[in-house]
Design a protein around this ligand. Sequence first.
Ligand code: SF4
Ligand code: SF4
Length: 113
Amino acid sequence: MKTWCCIENCGACCRFDLAERESISEVLSNKDIALIKSMTSNDGWCRYFDKSNKRCTIYESRPHFCRVNEFSRSFKGYLKNGDKFLIDCCKQHISTIYGRRSKQMKAFNTAVL
Ligand code: SF4
Ligand code: SF4
């Protein structure tokens, strides 16, 4: 079974469009949604994401919904399918942001082997 992990220099999940993330909206509080809206720049990227280095600039104090290991337990899909759910989510984000043949997708596929 494959084990999920996050890769460096990705950040594909740091671009928000809650309209496209129904499963996330369902488990977020109104306070969380307000925080996400306040964090989101006009181009959809989190304003704490350093696009040139593809890194979170507030990593140690990032919100709970950015902490995948903890936040994943809020999803029925994770409770049912475990890491496969997280891997599928990451692949979806990476494919949308960088493309299915991107270096981020290759790095992710290698990391979760
Ligand atoms: S999409 Fe996945 S691998 Fe990429 S930064 Fe987010 S959690 Fe990490
Ligand atoms: S706070 Fe950091 S981890 Fe969370 S979305 Fe923004 S850049 Fe990404």
